[in-house]
Design a binder for this molecule. Structure first.
Ligand SMILES: *Cc1c(COP(=O)(O)O)cnc(C)c1O
Length: 355
């Protein structure tokens, strides 16, 4: 039976990307050695990093003066590296979910944190819109896509201070105006690569402005200077990311990814709104095109476990909602094709007929 992978992360990757990475793990570039057993400083490997950085810059139209870094530690380590490197006195944060809250917690260890707004009181079911960013903040931090709750900010916000964003789960799904940001980061395992890699896009001249000592490994300057090679980077996930960047380019770049994302999400939300058994969980205008969260309507609540079983038997993988929301979550990352969404919709329609 064909499996349709709706996992939230680690998550679906294009088949070609997985195959190319698997092949390099057996024999890298015809060298007779595995990608796993060569030096990251081998002359064959440097071009992998260089090409991945170049494609990052090309696909996201990153202006001059920015570096692309490949690190370890996940988005979770960036929650602390960001304030370490950029928070001198005060920073502004938007609280739109669990990840935003974790970023806020870390920042509080470094200075004053202004939480400009929060939707915590309604289980993060919407993106707050009326808030003021203090003009004397060092930066404004927000999460573009709230993977757990299924809300998303797809337009770079207006701000009197530089932006910093956690784009773990929607990087490469749309064009970004990188010039508005001093830092964009994320774990690669949602929409870019396999687990084990963190990407950071950082504005060079914004680094080195804080007065505190920053431990070497946590200082962005170290990794800018070292070209992500200060220590051993996660080579296999970087190779996998490169394959995926090539795939994104071959499939029309981020504009095409954006269009496909809307096509997929529009289809699924239309079915959720039409089907008498289901309803969406978040404000319609804030619906994420990457993670579609839905639950069973109150009168059908006791059918939730049945639907999960029904869908699983038909090849749907990873549609269980996060424990803090319940119900279902279908993650529709770049590699998900329309056929997968159609298969899920067919399940929802068949299940509706039975009830
Ligand atoms: C998954 C996720 C994280 C956590 O990423 P790790 O790489 O596991 O630390 C942070 N932010 C967002 C938006 C996520 O989706």
């Amino acid at each position: 039976m064909k499996k349709y992978n709706f996992n939230a992360g680690p998550s679906i990757l294009p088949r070609e990307v997985i195959e190319a990475t698997a092949a390099a793990c057996l024999d890298f570039n015809g060298s007779g050695l595995s990608l796993m057993e060569i030096s990251h400083r081998a002359k064959d490997f440097q071009p992998v990093v260089d090409e991945a950085v170049a494609l990052f810059k090309e696909l996201l139209n990153i202006p001059e003066g920015y570096s692309v870094l490949f690190l370890g530690g996940g988005a979770s380590l960036e929650f602390c590296m960001v304030p370490y490197n950029f928070l001198e006195k005060k920073a502004a944060y938007l609280n739109t979910g669990v990840w935003a809250k974790k970023a806020i917690k870390e920042a509080k260890g470094f200075g004053e944190v202004v939480e400009v707004a929060s939707s915590a009181e309604s289980t993060y079911s919407y993106i707050p819109k009326d808030y003021t960013i203090p003009a004397d903040a060092d930066y404004f931090h927000f999460t573009t896509n709230n993977t757990i709750y299924g809300t998303e900010i797809r337009k770079d916000p207006e701000s009197p201070v530089p932006l910093i964003a956690d784009m773990s789960s929607d990087i490469f799904s749309r064009p970004i105006d990188v010039s508005k940001y001093i830092c964009i980061y994320g774990g690669a395992q949602k929409n870019l690569s396999m687990a084990g890699l963190t990407f950071v896009i950082v504005k060079n001249e914004a680094v080195g402005k804080v007065s505190r000592y920053i431990p070497t490994m946590l200082n962005y300057q170290t990794h800018i200077d070292g070209g992500s090679m200060f220590n051993t980077p996660p080579v296999v996930p970087i190779y996998c990311a490169l394959q995926n960047l090539k795939w994104i380019k071959a499939h029309g770049g981020v504009e095409a990814m954006d269009k496909r994302a809307h096509e997929r999400a529009d289809m699924l939300y239309a079915e959720i709104d039409r089907n008498k058994l289901f309803r969406g969980t978040v404000a319609v205008e804030d619906r994420s095109v990457m993670n579609v969260c839905f639950v069973m309507n109150d009168e059908y609540k006791d059918l939730e476990a049945d639907f999960m079983k029904f869908a699983t038997e038909r090849g749907m993988v990873g549609i269980k909602g996060h424990r803090s929301v319940g119900g279902f979550r279908a993650s529709l990352y770049n590699a998900m094709d329309i056929e997968g969404v159609q298969a899920l919709i067919a399940c929802m329609q068949e299940f509706e007929q039975l009830h």
